[in-house]
Write a protein that binds this ligand. Sequence first.
Ligand code: GLU
Length: 306
Amino acid sequence: MTTGRYAPSPSGRMHLGNLLCCLLAWLSAKSKGGQVLLRIEDLDAQRCPRVYADAIVDDLAWLGLAADGPCPPVYQSERSAIYRQYYDKLAARGLTYPCFCSRSQLHAASAPHRSDGQVVYAGTCRGLTPAQAAEKAKTKAPAWRVRVPDEEIAFVDGHLGPYAENLARDCGDFYLRRADGVFAYQLAVVVDDALMGVTEVVRGADLLSSTPRQLWLYRELGLTPPAFYHLPLLLDHQGRRLSKRDGDQSLEHLRARYAPEEIVGKLAFAAGLQAAPRPAAPADLARTFDWAQVPKHDIFLPENLF
Ligand code: GLU
């Protein structure tokens, strides 16, 4: 059975971009007769108060997109003991090492940057001896990175097609754990999707470049990867990324102005799922849904649509 998932980070109310992601995850799974699970990605518990997670559950139900599976849903903030088990497997193989680099060292002008703006880690702390690391640890708690191979990791995205990265060249050793002990998104997402039995991941194209890292972790941890579908980003009519700061695009404001089918119908129109912005329930859209309807390039939200 197809199992999709919603994996929102509840640092605010959902906006239309988050909602499009949920709608497509739901449609992709349901059009195959599958289910969708909900996982609250609140690793950074301080930035993710429970009220926002509760609001997401309520918003999804109101929109006709309620998750299947356990209620309450899975909270990443409660799973660090599980992440630790998988982290320890990598550590036991000598794949992890402490990194003491400061933010400014990491962003030094000479450091190569990825196309997504992230810095390719130069490997500064990779060769520290245990004695050197112990000395540094006296004054600074380290973050922990994983040693990546000089190897191309390729996959075919269900929507965007082939994508590949050489982990050593294009990414560098990446974080598995922060200095404060919180496990990193890249590790948590792999462990959770695998343990929850997720067979397809639908998420924004901003995470396309994380996928080779995650596929490599699946391999190293002996876990089965899902299929991936990355959807284009939703931009406002001037081409700006929607953010949780744009209050009028948030579900809080939209719910005060529209019925659920109006919101879903307008969004479905913007995303190419129907020819006009007429009201639609998710179940109506599932009957004709096909990924081929969804653009591969960024989606501009027409002015005055909402
Ligand atoms: N929690 C992430 C977000 O809200 C999504 C992570 C994922 O889908 O893998 O952007």
